[in-house]
Design a protein around this ligand. Structure first.
Ligand code: ADP
Ligand code: ADP
Length: 226
């Protein structure tokens, strides 16, 4: 089974704007996949639909064979999402942000605490565990979003423009970290409008523009075309 299978995905927003015009997309298990496209192409809308934060207007989405319309509570266990915008409670402590997310996935408290420690350490945030999130730098907040998205150890990690506005040093260390967890078996999909990011990290790529898929190929053959 594919990690992600999207068929005929459509989104029409309330103002009648057609953000997705029937997108087909398949991402294989274990892939490191880039969804590339200019601002406004429909990348965030696609991600929002996959994790059920945005209601689709048509089409279907399967995650590891599970249709999100039929069993979202099962599908959500497979998915970890790193949104583009920080959406923390600014007064909540770093460690609590991660353990509370584990509660959303139904993990026992003991497991939540262990996982929070594991991922905060991996992401260099363990020293900050008792700091309210508003006390973190922008780069630390990015890493906290990744730790939070991994707490239930999802098979598919989706990141929306993970390195937008991130300095070069942190970008490199985030890339390394993502490569490490991909090598350990996690399928990764990221959206980006930097070709360079797709080139450095990803094996396969889809290009989306004005709500339509314009290319779906390996990064290698995309670079040959340019
Ligand atoms: P991307 O992530 O590729 O930059 P988005 O998925 O955020 O693109 O947006 C795709 C298009 O849908 C854009 O033109 C955007 O303005 C529009 N859009 C996004 N959210 C809404 C909304 N809530 N209502 C109306 N239009 C929206
Ligand atoms: P439940 O499935 O337990 O009824 P909801 O769907 O009502 O939960 O969502 C609870 C909260 O989690 C909401 O604030 C929602 O925005 C957020 N949420 C939903 N899906 C995800 C996801 N895949 N990853 C992270 N947060 C999510």
């Amino acid at each position: 089974t594919a990690a992600l299978e999207i068929r005929g995905l459509k989104k029409i927003y309330d103002n009648k704007f057609e953000a997705l015009k029937g997108v087909d997309l398949t991402v294989a298990e274990g892939d490191f996949f880039a969804l590339l496209g200019p601002n406004g192409a429909g990348k965030s809308t696609t991600i929002g639909i996959i994790c059920s934060l945005v209601k689709k207007s048509g089409g279907s989405v399967k995650v590891f064979g599970v249709d999100i319309d039929k069993d979202f509570s099962k599908a959500k266990q497979f998915i970890g999402v790193v949104p583009q915008e920080f959406n923390f409670n600014m007064f909540e402590k770093v460690q609590d942000i991660v353990t509370n997310q584990a509660g959303y996935y139904g993990l026992p408290y003991k497991v939540a605490v262990e996982r929070a420690e594991k991922y905060l350490k991996k992401l260099g945030l363990w020293e900050k565990r008792s700091t309210p999130s508003r006390g973190l730098s922008g780069g630390m907040k990015r890493r906290l979003m990744i730790a939070r998205a991994l707490v239930h150890e999802p098979k598919l990690l989706i990141l929306d423009e993970p390195t937008a506005g991130v300095d070069i040093e942190l970008r490199r260390s985030m890339w390394e970290f993502l490569q490490e967890i991909n090598a350990a078996g996690t399928t990764i999909i990221l959206t980006t409008h930097y070709l360079e990011e797709a080139e450095s990290l990803c094996r396969n790529v889809a290009i989306i523009d004005k709500g339509e898929l314009v290319e779906n190929t390996s990064v290698k053959s995309l670079l040959k075309q340019l």
